[in-house]
Design a protein around this ligand. Sequence first.
Ligand code: GUN
Length: 297
Amino acid sequence: MTRIIDGNEIADEIRADVKASVETLTDAGVQPGLATVLMSEDGASETYVSMKQEACEELGIAGHHHEIGPDEPADALFDRIDELNADPSVHGILVQMPVPSHVDKATVLERIDPEKDVDGFHPENVGRLVAGNARYKPCTPHGVQKILAAEGIDTEGKDAVVVGRSDIVGKPMANLLIQYGDGGNATTTVCHSRTEDLAEKTRQADILVAAAGVPEMIDGEMVKEGATVIDVGVNRVDADTEKGYELVGDVEFDSAKEKASAITPVPGGVGPLTIAMLMYNTVKAASVQSGVAVDLP
Ligand code: GUN
């Protein structure tokens, strides 16, 4: 029987731990604060940011939402980041990606105070992750690690294949999988758009993480019998629904399910973990910045 992994259930447990830490902090007079900055009118980005703000509200984290018009100069964003860096009530800053093409992404990431970089995208934090001394693990790959741990799927010595080499998921995911310790020690291959014979690589995977952003590109033929399949893709495809689209992953669920021993659905798989881990990082940031200790597993 293939196990369909319930990401909401795993995220609920993490949120409960985060909420307890929020209470520890607020009892000590520190309310964790997260600033989200949106410089886009893309519908999916708007949805993601509002879900992040809703999660803050649910957990007692102060959410500060900022919008900057997508046609405004890059300095409008940089100045806002400077203000948020200087604001002691803001412990975490998240600039929703992608930013408009006239804004240099690298400059955005470098502008955020590394201690407030709850995405873990600042070069200092990327370097720490690679060095095995992460300050904030990027939310989606960290969420994938939490799923594997919650499902009792040991990564040690396993063949892991990550499809996708984005800075947000693919690269940090691979880095986490090769680290020493729990959730790591996997023999890890990273595949991408230039990989020759992708199916030959994915069929080696005991743990297959699909994060390429291509709807249903991984089908059952590409999955090893008994593999764990983690689908990070969230793709809007045209459909005859009220919204005019539906969400599908990077994995063709029905055929992959026939081969996998465990698989995440879309929606309801990795997505809820991404937001839970953002809340986790925000509370960790508030703890580090205030010096009030919290007990986060
Ligand atoms: N866009 C898509 N995923 C993410 C994420 O995890 N963080 C940010 N800042 N932007 C994103």
